[in-house]
Design a protein around this ligand. Sequence first.
Ligand code: TNX
Length: 540
Amino acid sequence: MIAVTSAAQTGRADYRVVPLPSEINGIKGADFKLTERCLINYPTGNRDLERNAIMLSGYVEELTGIHLATRPTLASSDQPGNITLLLDPSIAGDEDYSITVTPRSVLISGKTAAGVFHGIQVLRQSLPTDPSALINLPAAQVKGSPRFGYRGMHLDCSRHFFGVETVKRYLDIMALHGMNRLHWHLTDDQGWRVEIKKYPRLTEVGGWRDGTVLGHNSPVYDNTRYGGWYTQEEIRDIVNYAAQRYITIIPEIDMPGHMQAALAAYPELGCTGGPYKVWGQWGVSDDILCVGKEETLQFVKDVLDEVMQLFPGEYIHIGGDEAPRVRWQECPRCQQRIHEAGIVAAGKQSAEARLQGWFTTRVQQYLASHGRRIIGWDELLGCDVDTTATIMSWTGAEPGARGAMLGHDVIMTPNTPMYFDHYQTRSYWNEPTAFGGCATLKMVYDFEPVAPDLPAEKRHHILGAQANVWTEYITCEPQIQYQILPRMAALAELQWLQPELKDYQDFKARLPRLVNLYRHYGWTYRSKSLILEDEDKPEK
Ligand code: TNX
């Protein structure tokens, strides 16, 4: 037999990933060779870094086929031949990472385990995805530091319901992109999706609709019962899964509007008393919570009590958007409340608008007494709430700037270009049905969350940016992925990079390697966004 020798294939890591590290400095010397003999060390007894090490091992194996064992170590520095994860108190920011690759070792460090985790994601993205016998890591010092502390994605699981596995995959996708907040929209007119033990009808009745309208509110319905909801156990599992990826989940219980599913379950909470149906169409319902009734306030507190048990993060999103006040105008109880509370119209704010402010303030105070803070949509700026409320700027970027001027913390999610339920191209006739609107990859990339004329002393109020995924027209997981990928890559880069480091052409050159990972994981994405330069041109 003639021995056939072939040159072992070599794949070389490339640290120019998405989001781009803020520093990549070559170190003199040979590449570090990643082989089966290489261990992943973590400090003995550090459970977070142990989990990080196991995740890194999993990533390396799924991408390269190389299995690396993990090992606790008492050493507090890099280890010859191995990868070492360490905490380094001298690193400035909580989520900053540092990767040092020398010819003999790899060290991934952060001030916190979250920082180490971000470094792991960079290493993961930098690996060649072709299965090859040798993986070489060029010797370099790689560092990154996120521009914003709030780097979010939102997911609407009310209009369409997505199971636990889909939500976990969404979190995986977020982790790969260095994001740290999931805004989870759990309740709306079309379905209540979170189990509340004290009010079982919320899910038994409110979790199901008799049918769903076809298209953009056509007269035709599919007459198919549709629904689903998460048990508290499933929610806890998802919250834990997110925490292991250093993602905080912010639940949204939208109130006082977008509540028709709850009203279908408990009609006494509405102004007219119903009957109400879980909505099968899209839009803004006139039927909202009656805030003239004490039992409504009790209901809200009870629900939030259970929500706080499930979600340990500081923030609870209480919605506040699109609450028509037509029922309140006619409702004797709401009018009585206005009278008793001494609420009067002020400037452009009607008494009913200020009644929403009164209600929101009650909710805010209740949550504050439990050590929590509220986030609400930008409509809250028109209802006289105090500045402890964080504002989510969605109707545009202007309310965000206005909120920051007033002293509110702000998260920027202006519908153009931060609504990923909008089309990704102006030539949308070949696209799956979407809400409308248009946010191309370039529009997302170019978005600047901090208004140029915002005074320096107000800038810290802009906590970050987030893209929203409303699911009126999104019915299944591949369609979610199609809407977010690759736009999430552009979002990740603006969340992490200082504006002067952003460069769209350079980003587009780096993107195909990230997309290779999407393919590797079997995620759906819009491939045309990679090739159609037309999309990048402004409309004629
Ligand atoms: C507006 S964003 C809404 C949602 C819709 C979305 C569709 C916001 C606070 N309200 O209820 O799903 O537009 O893009």
